[in-house]
Design a protein around this ligand. Structure first.
Ligand SMILES: Cc1cc2nc3c(=O)[nH]c(=O)nc-3n(C[C@H](O)[C@H](O)[C@H](O)COP(=O)(O)OP(=O)(O)OC[C@H]3O[C@@H](n4cnc5c(N)ncnc54)[C@H](O)[C@@H]3O)c2cc1C
Length: 416
């Protein structure tokens, strides 16, 4: 058995196949396997989620239903158990995210690599697969860029296009195409948003984080998506969990737009837990206590100091007035702005900066119960190379582990 790619999908596929008694060769083009896994989650590696299969599917906007079998066959708890058996305990954090307890992502990679050695998997690094050996009987093996040929069933687990420095540069798509598979167009998912507004370019705002806001992504007033979470201001626009969550919709929209390239709007609700009356009421009582405060100082207690002038300006109110002079109409305008601060989104950041690639090997050409190609026998796919992508929260890594597991055991069926 030949596994192409030493990311989480390929390593899990190799482990499942070897455990089932297979002789497995893992070919990895970089000098070490698991480079993306080691940096995932800022080095902490949110490697799975405790959500059950149905909730997992809901968190995979890119062809989630294709993954039912994989998610049922290898659940988030199975994944935790797998690593526990390798000596890595895990901890569940908010929204069911699972992290290794007390160790980093690179330790998870090291544990997996050690386990592959124990199972007898041969790992050849600095070996880039450049082609498949295809014959009448199906896929017979793979050939490297150096011309070495390796025979056996092949599992392609080469990842997508994001963070190409980790090794995922899209070679797997060419391998799949050579076997007759359709590749669906790519766009980034889990990526920052580029905004055109002048005020966002203000250096003072860069690095500012807004906690627990709600964002709505609109096109000409029509809501395309929404999310709750933290938002981070950067030199080009916004990032952080809330922006990443709606970015897939934005990227899909930009990749398909045929209307002359009009922009999207991101509306930020700074106080999703309060209505306008509560906000104006809060301003009123603050103004009563400090009537001589400037408007900016009044807002300071409610929003980050650096954002206060932006709110005042966007609300179109005179920032020279004192809190006591800010009547009902002014307070109303400020509350409206804090409930709906609008940004003009012109693009997303490129795919190379995305958490995950949307698009890839068309799932219609792959059997969801086995991960085997419906076109070429003996050829399997696992992980991000497939046209599947999930939200952040451990879902993408779990896609890799579960499809890798399923491909590994399926490729061994009838092979011992
Ligand atoms: C910065 C960042 C942080 C992330 N954090 C998280 C997180 O915390 N939780 C989460 O769930 N997801 C996270 N993700 C997403 C997750 O890491 C990926 O979805 C996952 O790694 C995909 O696994 P994979 O095995 O399919 O592909 P990859 O991890 O990309 O591995 C593919 C491997 O194949 C090798 N390869 C490629 N082509 C060839 C070839 N021709 N021959 C031989 N080898 C080849 C590559 O070198 C690479 O080692 C993050 C992504 C990024 C970029």
């Amino acid at each position: 058995m030949v596994v192409v790619g030493g990311g989480p999908a390929g390593m899990m596929a190799a482990s499942a196949a070897a455990k089932a008694g297979g002789r497995v060769l893992l070919l990895e083009k970089k000098a070490v396997p698991g480079r993306k896994m080691a940096i995932a989650g800022g080095g902490r590696c949110n490697f799975t989620n405790v959500a059950g299969p149905e909730i997992m599917v809901e968190n995979v906007p890119g062809n989630g239903k294709f993954l039912y079998s994989a998610f049922r066959c290898f659940t988030g708890e199975d994944c935790r158990g797998f690593f526990k058996a390798l000596g890595i305990n895990s901890r569940v954090e908010d929204e069911g995210k699972v992290f290794p307890a007390g160790v980093a992502g690179e330790d998870l990679v090291a544990a997996l690599v050690d386990y592959l050695h124990v199972l007898g998997v041969e790992i050849k690094c600095s070996s880039e697969v450049a082609g498949l050996l295809l014959g009448g009987a199906g896929c017979l093996g793979a050939v490297t860029s150096g011309g070495e040929k390796y025979y056996g069933r092949v599992i392609v687990a080469t990842g997508g296009l994001s963070y190409p420095g980790t090794g995922s540069t899209g070679m797997g798509y060419r391998l799949a195409e050579s076997a007759g598979h359709k590749i669906n167009g790519f766009f980034p998912s889990g990526v920052a948003l580029v905004c055109a507004d002048e005020w966002i370019k203000n250096k003072q705002l860069q690095g500012m984080a807004l906690e627990g806001v709600k964002v709505e992504l609109l096109h000409e007033g029509r809501r395309l998506d929404n999310a709750k979470g933290d938002l981070l201001f950067t030199h080009f626009g916004v990032s952080g969990p809330a922006a990443l969550r709606v970015s897939r919709t934005a990227a899909a929209w930009f990749s398909q737009r045929k209307d002359g390239g009009r922009n999207l709007t991101l509306v930020i609700d700074l106080f999703p837990g309060m209505d306008r009356e509560e906000i104006t009421g809060a301003m009123e009582s603050a103004a009563r206590q400090a009537a001589q405060k400037t408007l900016r100082n009044l807002l300071r207690g409610m929003v980050p100091d650096r954002l206060a002038p932006v709110i005042i300006n966007a609300a179109g109110v005179n920032d020279g007035i004192r809190a006591a002079q800010a009547g009902k109409a002014v307070r109303r305008k400020l509350a409206d702005t804090m409930k709906g601060l609008a940004l003009t989104v012109t693009a997303t950041r490129p795919i190379r900066e995305a958490v995950v690639t949307a698009g890839g090997v068309d799932v219609k050409g792959v059997n969801p119960a086995t991960m085997e190609s419906k076109i070429v026998q003996g050829l399997f796919f696992a992980g991000e190379v497939l046209d599947v992508d999930g939200y952040t929260g451990g879902f993408n890594m779990h896609i890799a582990f579960s499809t890798g597991h399923l491909a590994g055991i399926s490729a061994m069926r009838g092979r011992k």
